[in-house]
Structure formats: C-alpha cells, structure tokens
Design a protein around this ligand. Structure first.
Ligand code: DX5
Ligand code: ZN
Length: 218
C-alpha cells in the first residue's frame, strides 16, 4: 500500500486540531509535521510544543520532518513530545550515524532526508541503519512548490539500491506531490507520499483520499 501523509504546513493553523482530525477521518495514513528553524531553511514553523499538542488529537503516527540545523540538540524533545518517526537532513548534521542511532534509541523510527541536489549515493553507508529515506522533491522551506522532475530518476535509483541491500527502509517523497503526479512517483518506488497543499487546499479531504487510494491501487 502507498501511504498518504498530509503535511500540516498547508493546514489552517488557527484550527489545527480540527484539521488533523478531519485528515484522520478522511483516511490519511500519517500526519506529516514540518519543523523549520529559519537557519537550515528560510522559514520558521513549529516546535516540540505543537507536536505535544497535536499528539493528543490523533492516533495517526506523527511523521516529524526536522528541517533544522544541528538536530541532535532537539531529538529528545521531539521524541518526548510524541513523534513516531523523526527524520533529519543529511545536510544538517555532522555525525549522521550517531544522530540516527540516537533517534532509534529513543524507541521510534529514524528517517534521513536529502535535498534535491544531494545525490542518492551519499546515502550508501547509512541505508542499512534507517527506517525511512525522505527524498525532497522541492527545495525545503515552503509548501506549494513545483515537483522537481529529476526526483523520478533519484527514486528509481534509490529503490534499486534498497532492494539490492535487502533493506526494509521505506521511501518517502516530499514536495509538489499531487493527484496528477502521484502514480508516476509511486511507480518510481515511493512508499509514502507527503501532500501539503494538494491535500489541505482540496475542497473535500475524504474525496481526495478516495481518489488517491483508487489510483494507487490501495
Ligand atoms: C517543504 C515541506 C513539505 C511541504 C510540502 O519544505 O517539507 O512537507 O509541506 O508541501 P506541498 O505538498 O504543498 O509541496
Ligand atoms: Zn516535509
């Protein structure tokens, strides 16, 4: 099954709890939480306090995407706040292996994300340690950007590497994903599709999920 992870970055923040419940009721599989620090990316969003608050309104796994410099400083805070998956950027940490181990020692799933210009081969020596690889299909920082077509080539290469390594790691794709390109992205190897604007700006979340589940053969 290809999972859909609505990104709350495009939700109505004044009604965040309701928005998350609506996504859950519509059949979303995970809730994607974009954490930005105004340093690693040119935008500031939310922190552990918000993760703690939304943990109480949904039973869906919280998929927390840290777009922050020096993520090691905050891993414990996000784990205690209730993250189920914690993904750090390869470009944001000096000792990626140590960071990934620290997340796993916290008893949750560890993800590593790469920016559009970071090659798949840079993951070679961490693939065996991660639960999820998050391939950015836009430059991180903002919702509503266009999907970068080269991502398809990267996904195919990553899928091949993961199969060859016999790794159980899942592939997640984030940025510019919408019903119009979901099938092509899934066919290239993605297991989880993050969807911000295409989900939360749609008129009917349940209809959006139904359409996606239908086309993805879920
Ligand atoms: C971008 C974020 C994404 C973003 C995706 O920096 O990591 O999760 O919310 O938004 P859309 O789906 O609108 O491109
Ligand atoms: Zn994200």
């Amino acid at each position: 099954m290809i999972k859909i992870a609505p990104s709350i970055l495009s939700a109505d923040f004044a009604r965040l709890g309701e928005e998350i419940k609506a996504a859950e009721n519509a059949g979303a599989h995970l809730i994607h939480v974009d954490v930005m620090d105004g340093h690693f990316v040119p935008n500031i969003t939310i922190g552990p306090l918000v993760v703690d608050a939304i943990r109480k309104v949904t039973r869906l796994p919280l998929d927390v995407h840290l777009m922050i410099s020096d993520p090691d400083k905050y891993l414990k805070d996000f784990i205690s706040a209730g993250a189920d998956i914690l993904t750090v950027h390869l470009e944001a940490t000096a000792h990626l292996h140590r960071t990934v181990q620290a997340v796993k020692e916290g008893g949750i799933k560890a993800g590593v994300s790469i920016n559009p210009a970071t090659p798949i081969w840079s993951l070679d020596d961490i693939l065996g340690d991660v639960d999820i690889v998050l391939v950015m299909s836009v430059n991180p920082g903002f919702g509503g950007q266009e999907f970068i077509p080269n991502t398809i080539r990267k996904l195919k290469l990553l899928r091949k590497k993961i199969s060859e390594a016999g790794s159980p790691a899942l592939i997640e794709v984030d940025g510019g994903v919408k019903p119009e390109n979901a099938m092509e992205i899934a066919s290239a190897g993605a297991d989880i599709l993050v969807m911000g604007s295409a989900f939360f700006k749609s008129a009917d979340y349940a209809a959006t999920m139904e359409k996606l589940n239908g086309m993805l053969g879920n």
